[in-house]
Design a protein around this ligand. Structure first.
Ligand code: ZN
Length: 173
């Protein structure tokens, strides 16, 4: 089921998400399937549960050109490389907006899979970038928060988004 995506201005996007406990969350498989359907429909590469209004620590990534499709439960970054790389990012919660964000190019994370089994894994390049972007969502952080001084350059488009005065081809809330 395609779920509507919360867009900038919705206070739920700014909340911190809670850890999913061993016994705490029913219907996780269905939720993950819904999230993959939702980003496919919206042509996105990643989604955090908070973007569909559920403040739990769950993200999904689907980078088709790299054949990479994965759900991460309770992800935590345990290592960040010193080497920072700047690339253009966008976000389904900030439609029609894109800008450069500097991030470490390699990370190591600990996360649980669908069976809530924990594992450690390293990622680099686009995968590392998307994972960091999505983990930011779990802490109420958006890519525009990394802009520093340049943030004021996008005040106007942000107002449009806040007022839902945007054209998108996926359902929004
Ligand atoms: Zn995003």
């Amino acid at each position: 089921m395609i779920r509507p995506i919360l867009i900038y201005g919705n206070p739920k996007l700014r909340e911190s998400s809670v850890v999913i406990s061993q016994f705490g969350y029913m219907g996780l498989d269905i939720l993950i399937a819904d999230m993959f359907e939702t980003i496919k429909n919206a042509d996105g590469v990643g989604l955090a549960a908070s973007q569909i209004g559920l403040n739990i620590r769950l993200i999904i990534v689907n980078i088709e050109e790299e054949n990479f499709k994965k759900a991460f439960i309770n992800p935590d970054i345990t290592f960040k490389s010193d080497n920072l790389v700047s690339e253009i990012e966008n976000c389904l919660s900030l439609p029609n907006l894109a800008g450069p964000v500097e991030r470490p190019d390699k990370i190591e994370i600990v996360y649980a899979n669908g069976n809530l089994k924990y594992q450690k894994e390293s990622f680099e390049g686009l995968k590392a970038r998307v994972i960091q972007h999505e983990i930011d969502h779990l802490d109420g952080v958006l890519w525009i928060d990394h802009l520093g001084e340049n943030r004021k350059l996008i005040n106007e488009p942000l107002e449009y988004i806040k007022n839902m005065n945007v054209k998108v081809n996926y359902p929004i809330l």
